[in-house]
Design a protein around this ligand. Structure first.
Ligand SMILES: Nc1ncnc2c1ncn2[C@@H]1O[C@H](COP(=O)(O)OP(=O)(O)OP(=O)(O)O)[C@@H](O)[C@H]1O
Ligand SMILES: [Mg+2]
Length: 260
């Protein structure tokens, strides 16, 4: 459904020197697939996600969605930032409704708002303001805001990175359920190997800058994914080895691979 063909992106730093963020990246993402992007800090994960979103354009190469070139942002590609970026003066339901209002379809579609509040597990909080919510709840709002436009793909840039471990696991379960219930194609950027294995069909491991796709690991665990089972542990070991080769230093590798 999404085709990334030979994409490169160069930035210029404050001294005017070129920073090669992505080098000849090619990747195909299938309809309904859950793909995670994982790799060292600064390897170009956000850059790649922004290119898919149409928030930025490549220096060379092309990106397509269903055969059409990606040239600008669109509601068919929902984006969730690491920090939820909610409007503090708007309630949960108003924040979620923003996408509908921007498309001038709020009047006919406002019935969707409570549906999406329910989908992300925020029943009872529709009139709350962001400052009354936990970090995890704010990310739930951000996810609902992106999903209410029924995007063809949901792009998640480390949406759980700033959350504590328990909240993160809860949200991982919510993301899995949302994926099951909506069938949305999802691309997730994460630093957390366990999160990638728990959620994804495939994991694309990137190398340190200039970012390239180093290896794609297929997660072939069909039953409930159990972090303590041999198949999970085997994949974790494989992913960590690849990441280590890609220049990522992980502490506590046996315990689950917290990135440092
Ligand atoms: N607007 C910009 N101007 C100049 N350099 C940039 C810009 N945006 C990103 N870069 C550089 O491009 C490289 C890739 O950045 P990017 O944000 O895509 O990495 P990342 O993999 O998302 O990192 P992290 O895991 O820390 O979020 C980095 O070296 C970064 O400093
Ligand atoms: Mg990033």
């Amino acid at each position: 459904m999404i085709e990334i063909r030979n994409v490169s992106r160069i930035y210029y730093d404050t001294a005017g020197l070129p920073v090669e963020a992505l080098q000849a990246v090619s990747l195909e993402i299938r309809e309904g697939e859950f793909l995670s992007l994982i790799g060292p800090s600064g390897c170009g994960k956000t850059t790649l996600l922004r290119l898919i979103a149409g928030l930025d354009l490549p220096r060379s190469g092309e990106l397509f969605i269903e055969g059409r070139a990606i040239e600008k942002p669109s509601h068919e590609r929902g984006y969730v930032f690491q920090q939820a970026a909610l409007f503090p003066w708007k309630t949960v339901e108003e924040n979620i409704a923003i996408g509908l209002k921007a498309r001038h379809i709020y009047k006919e579609k406002k019935g969707l708002v409570p549906e999406y509040i329910h989908l992300v597990g925020l029943d009872g909080f529709s009139k709350s303001y962001p400052h009354e919510l936990s970090g995890g709840m704010m990310q739930r709002v951000a996810i609902a805001r992106a999903l209410i436009n029924k995007p063809k793909v949901l792009l998640l840039d480390e949406p759980l990175g700033a959350l504590d471990a328990f909240t993160r696991i809860e949200l991982q379960d919510t993301i899995r359920r949302i994926r099951r219930e909506t069938g949305t194609t999802i691309v997730l950027v994460t630093h957390d190997v366990d999160e990638a294995i728990y959620l994804s069909d495939r994991i694309a491991i990137m190398t340190a800058r200039p970012g390239k796709i180093n290896e794609i690991i297929k997660v072939e665990i069909n039953s409930e994914r159990d972090r303590n089972r041999d198949d999970f542990i085997g994949l974790r070991r494989r992913a960590l080895e690849k990441l280590h080769l890609a220049g990522v230093v992980y502490a506590n590798v046996q315990g689950g691979g917290e990135a440092i």
